[in-house]
Design a protein around this ligand. Structure first.
Ligand SMILES: Cc1cc2nc3c(=O)[nH]c(=O)nc-3n(C[C@H](O)[C@H](O)[C@H](O)COP(=O)(O)OP(=O)(O)OC[C@H]3O[C@@H](n4cnc5c(N)ncnc54)[C@H](O)[C@@H]3O)c2cc1C
Length: 351
């Protein structure tokens, strides 16, 4: 049960941009019981902390001279009893619980293998189960919040475990209370309500086309899973081959009037209604039209395959990648008057 602390630990293998940053201390707890003492000691020593998963949504632009905590809390099981005493989900709904340290894609595979449906559109998203609620991961017409039942988290600032219902999580587009309160909560487990009845979500045009091209007329969840994996492997650079952190910018949401003004000059601008007189624009389109697709400064670059993806071609530092991200923001703002917001968490030091 005793927890090993690694002093002066390299984080190079713990972030998918493969930035060569260092942590003052690294802890990888594998039991919830280890958390109270760990954080009480950090608070007593006024040591800042950073919770990470698999580092696929992080830009380490500096060393972190505090405590980096990577939870390795494992286990996936059917959850029959709600500790708050609520009735388990009814009908063909099944509640599944996964530890924060489980790999997200392997968890999705686990659910499908057992005939539990709902998460198939979220296949192959890198990272851990524990990080998935932080930015309410989403892809191909489905968001995590569509199926999430509860999040359990340790309060790093005050101690003690809390259980959040989906409504308590304050989910939005790539957003949640956990993202808005960084370093307060360490998510320990996540529960989902899944269905035994297939109900494929095929709203995303590219997904329908992929299935049609494969001659699949009545797609089942396993077909959707395979199609999503095939599209992702084709479109996105694999972090194992080319270091990257996925989409580096969120799709910006702007007032309808501003979107209409840009579309007047650029009729091919992709946009979608985003509620209350607002439109969501394609950040990839804005970056490509700013001439930055494939742009490279040293080893820091914008992918040639996907304008939203920033890549480390070899030995780019976190600072160099951050400078490139700022260049992209400045160029898009100057050209279109639209501010791009980074999606990954950017670490510029401890504290
Ligand atoms: C090739 C590629 C494709 C991607 N595609 C998508 C996509 O389609 N959709 C999408 O939404 N995202 C996508 N991402 C982003 C990324 O996969 C997700 O954000 C993922 O959930 C990050 O998981 P992680 O374990 O790597 O988290 P990390 O990068 O380690 O951390 C991300 C954030 O979560 C916090 N965090 C991590 N673990 C915990 C925990 N247990 N408790 C509390 N806070 C925690 C960290 O402090 C940080 O703020 C992609 C990334 C890559 C590299």
């Amino acid at each position: 049960m005793s927890l090993q602390l690694h002093y002066g630990a390299s984080l190079a293998a713990l972030n998918t941009l493969r930035v060569p940053a260092w942590a003052g201390l690294l802890a990888q707890p594998d039991a919830i019981e280890q958390l109270p003492d760990l954080f009480a000691a950090a608070r007593a020593q006024k040591l800042p902390w950073l919770v990470i998963g698999e580092g696929s949504n992080l830009l380490l632009a500096a060393d972190f001279e505090g405590l980096v905590v990577q939870p390795r809390l494992l286990g996936i099981r059917l959850a029959m009893n709600d500790p708050a005493g609520h009735a388990p989900p009814a009908g063909d709904r099944v509640r599944v619980r996964a530890g924060a340290g489980e790999n997200w894609h392997r968890f999705v595979q686990w659910t499908l293998d057992r005939g539990l449906f709902g998460l198939e559109n979220l296949a192959l998203i890198p990272g851990s189960v524990g990080a998935a609620p932080v930015q309410n991961i989403g892809a191909y017409g489905v968001e995590l919040s569509d199926h999430l039942a509860a999040v359990e988290a340790f309060d790093c600032q005050h101690g003690g475990s809390h259980r959040f219902s989906a409504a308590d999580c304050g989910f939005g587009y790539r957003d949640s209370r956990f993202k808005r309160e960084p370093d307060r909560w360490l998510i320990t487990a996540v529960e989902f309500d899944l269905s035994r009845s297939p109900a494929p979500v095929l709203a995303y045009a590219g997904l329908r086309e992929e299935l049609a091209a494969g001659g699949i007329g009545d797609p089942q969840p396993a077909d959707v899973f395979d199609a999503v994996c095939a599209i992702r492997r084709r479109k996105l650079p694999d972090p194992a081959q080319v270091a990257n952190a996925g989409s580096f910018f969120k799709n910006p949401i702007v007032p309808e009037l501003q979107a209409a003004f840009i579309a007047d000059h650029h009729p091919d601008l992709p946009m979608w209604p985003a509620g209350e007189g607002r439109n969501k624009l394609s950040a990839a389109w804005l970056i490509e039209r700013s001439g930055l697709k494939g742009h490279r400064v040293g080893d820091a670059g914008i992918s040639e395959r996907h304008a939203l993806v920033m890549v480390n071609h070899g030995s780019a530092s976190g600072e160099e990648l951050l400078a490139l991200a700022r260049h992209v923001q400045d160029t898009v703002e100057a050209r279109f008057g639209v501010a791009l917001e980074p999606e990954p968490r950017i670490i510029t030091g401890a504290g």
